[in-house]
Design a protein around this ligand. Structure first.
Ligand SMILES: [Zn+2]
Ligand SMILES: [Zn+2]
Length: 430
């Protein structure tokens, strides 16, 4: 039975809550499994977008390298790249599934309670304001009384140390007693909601990003400092002198697991993210890595302008002259700045030299091929033993190469335009 009794509360009371399991975002797929599927999906969707741009020669002015360079400088076929990336995706998915096995279910229902906890912290922290004002020689109670008389009651309450006698709520306790208790002000609730729903998740994401950057910088740098590590593992990624989007995760499986899977895994585990947040984190990290290898410096690509680390920055690391610099990946470059490993020399001439060398080599190869084609024509009636053992992979690669040659031939005006001012590389790296 409710009684009209007033209880004294120091702080607004926290609401009761009931926990229920969080329903999955997509019916039938648990959130932690969806968090494993989305990055793989994002990898191929985003990299196929860039691949189509490459194949159809769109935005050629923004290419970091000419098609002739793609043709002559890489030391691995696209097919081998695809195979290793698929293997890496399989490994990271298995690692994620093992983690998911030990994951407990996630619950919802506590959100209002947690927001109120933040509102209480805000109320509590206002107690410091009178002391802070006293440091500047101001009498908080006097200022508050003045403000209150002029109608600024909420501001007066904050300055007085979080005292809002006029803001109350009626509550009924578990024993059925009705009571008048202090309530939170609108601004306290708005701030608490912002902290709970945006600020803390933002910090968790930033923490995860910094963990990944830190993990990757030191391991990546170690791979370049230690000859055995480089030769055994990391040299594989550097077969791509001219990176392209779906080559982003072209790594030795051990390196792929150590750098990417373990790095993002530790970032997630130490950040306290929920499974829903981890979907954003894993997918964002994946898209950023793909973008960093896309081979284009686009003015309209937000991922290339969020931080100083982008395709142009990482491309320098893929060049023989820049390989001992620009280790930072995939988000920020503060470790390169801190340890003075950022490329500082000029790049324009170096890029031009690479382009010219590739054009020359390309021309030479094209000549050789046409000579070889002529020889084959003569011998075509009686195929040689050598011709019989050409693997399917070789012929596929040959088709790719000849289509690239055609592309380069048709692209020559664009290739020339790449020699202009900065061939699309942002001025910050030039
Ligand atoms: Zn490297
Ligand atoms: Zn790379």
């Amino acid at each position: 039975m409710a009684a009209n009794t007033t209880l004294v509360y120091d702080l607004p009371p926290l609401p009761a809550y009931t926990l229920v399991p969080r329903p999955p975002l997509v019916a039938g797929i648990p959130d932690n499994i969806l968090a494993l599927i989305l990055p793989v999906l994002a990898y191929w969707v985003v990299s196929m977008f860039f691949h189509l741009i490459d194949v159809y020669d769109l935005f050629a002015d923004y290419r970091l390298h000419t098609p002739a360079e793609v043709l002559t400088r890489n030391r691995v076929t696209r097919w081998d790249v695809v195979k290793d990336v698929v293997l890496q995706h399989v490994i990271q998915t298995i690692a994620g599934l093992i983690m998911a096995y030990f994951d407990g279910p996630e619950y919802i229902g506590r959100e209002d309670y947690d927001v109120a906890v933040w509102a209480r912290r805000i109320r509590f922290s206002q107690k410091a304001l009178p002391y802070l004002l006293a440091v500047f020689g101001l009498d908080a109670s006097g200022v508050a009384a003045n403000l209150s008389q002029n109608g600024h009651k909420i501001l007066a309450g904050a300055i007085a140390g979080g005292k809002y006698p006029g803001i109350t709520q009626s509550i009924i306790s578990s024993s059925g007693i009705e009571a008048v208790a202090p309530a939170f002000t609108d601004w306290e609730m708005a701030l608490a909601n912002f902290i709970y729903w945006y600020f803390v998740p933002g910090l968790q994401l930033l923490w995860g990003i910094c963990v990944v950057d830190t993990w990757q910088y030191f391991l990546h740098r170690a791979m370049h400092m230690n000859k055995w590590l480089y030769v055994k593992f990391h040299s594989r990624h550097h077969r791509l002198y001219v990176p392209y989007a779906f080559g982003a995760l072209y790594n030795h499986p051990v390196e792929g697991f150590l750098l990417d899977t373990a790095g993002t895994g530790i970032g997630f585990l130490t950040s306290g993210m929920t499974h829903r947040q981890s979907m954003w984190f894993f997918t964002l990290s994946t898209i950023k890595t793909v973008d960093d290898h896309c081979g284009y410096a686009f003015p309209w690509d937000p991922f290339q302008h969020l931080t100083s680390n982008n395709a142009a920055y990482h491309d320098i690391h893929h060049q023989s002259w820049g390989i001992k610099t620009n280790f930072s990946q995939p988000f920020f470059i503060f470790w390169d700045r801190l340890f003075d490993t950022q490329w500082k020399g000029e790049v324009k001439l170096r890029y031009e030299r690479s382009r010219e060398a590739a054009e020359k080599q390309f021309g030479g190869e094209a000549q050789q091929e046409s000579d070889a084609d002529a020889d084959t024509d003569v011998a075509s009636e009686k195929p040689s033993q050598d011709a019989m053992v050409v693997s399917a992979e070789d012929s596929a690669e040959r088709i790719t190469r000849s289509s690239l040659r055609k592309k380069t031939a048709t692209l020559s005006p664009s290739v020339d335009s790449l020699k202009s001012v900065n061939h699309g590389v942002t001025s910050s790296v030039l």
